[in-house]
Each structure stands twice: as C-alpha cells, then as structure tokens.
Write a protein that binds this ligand. Structure first.
Ligand SMILES: [Zn+2]
Length: 334
C-alpha cells in the first residue's frame, strides 16, 4: 500500500530533482559567463525585460507586450549564437529536467504527470522491480540466435526462427500504434522460450516514451487481490482502492506467468474485472502464460476465455528453453 509518508517521499524526490536541475544550471551559467562575459549582460537584460513584460501583461498593453517579447526572443537567440560559437550547445543555459513535460514538478496543472503516476506505481509494486530487469531485457539485447531455423513446426507451419521474427515484428507494430489501436497481446509457449523477455522489451520501449507500465507476476497480482479483499488494516492502507485503480488504469499492464498463481473463484472473478475493465477503458494488457487457450478456458472459465480469445492477439512462441541453451553454451551467436 502507498502510505502518506511514501507519497511525501516521492514528492521530496521531485523537489530534489528540481533543486539538482537548478544547481547544474547555475554551474553551467557560471562556466559560460567565464568563457563569454557578454552572456551575463544579455541575461541581465532578458531578466529586466521579462519583468517589464510581466507588468505590461497585467496592464493589458498588448501591442507593446508583443514588441517586448520579440526583443526577448532576439536576445535569447543572440545568447544561443554566442554559446555555439565556443562549441557549447544552444540550450546550455536552460535547466535540464528528467521530465521535460512537467519540468520535474510531477504535475501538469492539477493533473498528475505520467512520470509521477509511474513513480507511484513503481513504489506500489516495488516487489515487481521491473527497472532492474529492463536493463537486461530490452530489444537492444534481444537475440534471434536462440531460435532454430533447422525445422518447421507442424502446428504453425514455420520454423521457430521465422515464427519469432514474425512475433517481434508484431510487437514493434504494437508499440508503434500503442496510442491508437489499444491492442492486447497473449504470449503462450513453454517455459524459457522468451515470453517474459519479450514483454519486458515492450515495457522498456513504452516506459521510455512516457507511458505508465505495471508489471506483475500472476502470483503477485493475485496476492494483491487477496490482500485487498481481506486486508482491512487501516494503518497500512493509505489508499487500498488506489492500488487497484492503478492496475485498472495504467497504460500497459503486464501479467506474467498466468497459471502459476494460487487461483480461486474470488481471484478469477477479480481477474475478469481487470481484463474487462481495461478493455472498456481501452488500456492495453499483455499476458504471458504456459497455458494453451483451451487450458485457459478450463482454468479460468468461459468469461475470461472469451475476453482473451476475442480481444487479444495470440502469439505462440516455439523453441527450446533459452536458460537451458545458455547453460550448455548453445545459441548461435550473431
Ligand atoms: Zn513529468
């Protein structure tokens, strides 16, 4: 559960980021002024004109205001020119924020910026620890060398390699059209064929583009569902329902290893709520599982099965266990 103090901790981190950005900016300014003393005069002019412009805006003096702002832009252009002359980037005097959208405030007006939503989600689901995995599991490190081209799988009519090439192309298209299509993916296949790896590759790409992503193993998700039902501990639940909100509302939810959890009638009905609600909200979900579609039907029932069968693109990954291949030094390096 996210407690007040945890939320405060996140906001303090944002304060730190802004402080750090200002600190670095001041340091760069000092350095640039030393190299180009003229810059400082320009900066002082800009500051006094900006103050003047503020006063004019209050008086409603529109035509002089426009002239003044035009003058400010010219002076800033002049600054940029001087910086580039000595080989510094044009934006050298500007603050560098981690999130340029909210300038590390965490808010756009009264709305939480996606970066803050993600920070909260990361804290809520800190066990899932997706960041550490993403450094190792992303498209840059993805290798087709673990997928054989030596035989054709009869059930799909493709070699494991051609099949995987097709799936990766599908994943990249999923990322490209993420905003418009709201697709959902189901990765099925045996243990170790790269289902989680692929889901993490997608997570990394979308996080980098500023989307909110929650990764949960099915085991952990069902654990959260159980605790939300039974955990009535007011002390620790600053916002129990909020936790569920994030599962319903994040841009991408990844449920990894469905079928390995301890499920029961209650958790199954909750899973249905999640999958159904996310479809209604046009939020994408990725599920990975060892189960085949008929097995999903048998384990979770008709309602969940039909949601998945009708709204998910099913990708069956075929191949040998990659962890095993690595252990015995397999996989053709390319
Ligand atoms: Zn932001």
């Amino acid at each position: 559960m996210l407690r007040n103090e945890q939320y405060d901790q996140i906001l303090r981190e944002y304060d730190n980021r802004r402080f750090q950005a200002k600190f670095e900016q001041d340091r760069r300014k000092e350095e640039a002024y030393r190299l180009i003393p003229e810059l400082k005069e320009l900066e002082e002019k800009i500051i006094s004109l900006a103050a003047e412009s503020g006063r004019m805006a209050i008086r409603g003096d529109d035509s002089s205001l426009q002239q003044l702002n035009e003058r400010i832009r010219e002076l800033m252009k002049e600054q940029e020119r001087l910086l580039m002359e000595v080989g510094l980037p044009a934006d050298y005097l500007q603050p560098k924020y981690q999130c340029s959208r909210c300038k590390d405030t965490g808010f756009l007006g009264n709305e939480k910026c996606n970066c803050l939503k993600q920070a909260i989600a990361d804290m809520l689901y800190s066990d899932s620890n997706i960041r550490a995995n993403l450094a190792r599991e992303n498209f840059d490190l993805f290798s087709f060398s673990y997928y054989s081209d030596d035989y054709i799988d009869e059930t799909i009519g493709l070699s494991p390699l051609s099949n995987m090439q097709k799936i990766v192309a599908g994943c990249k298209s999923f990322i490209r059209h993420f905003d418009k299509k709201h697709d959902n993916l189901l990765f099925t296949g045996n243990t170790g064929v790269g289902k989680t790896f692929l889901a993490n590759c997608i997570a990394k790409e979308l996080l980098d583009r500023g989307y909110t992503v929650i990764y949960l193993t099915a085991f952990r998700l069902f654990d959260i569902l159980e605790k939300n039902k039974f955990g009535k501990d007011e002390e620790s639940s600053y916002d129990a329902s909020r936790q569920f909100d994030y599962i319903l509302d994040c841009d991408l939810l990844i449920i990894d290893d469905l079928g390995t959890e301890l499920n029961n009638a209650f958790t199954n009905s909750q899973l249905y709520v999640i999958l159904n609600e996310r479809l209604l909200r046009q939020k994408s979900t990725i599920i990975s599982t060892n189960l085949s579609l008929p097995n999903i039907n048998a384990t979770y029932g008709e309602r969940i099965f039909s949601r998945i069968a009708s709204s998910y693109k099913v990708h069956r990954i075929i191949g040998e266990d990659i962890r095993l291949q690595k252990a015995i030094g397999g996989g053709k390096q390319c």
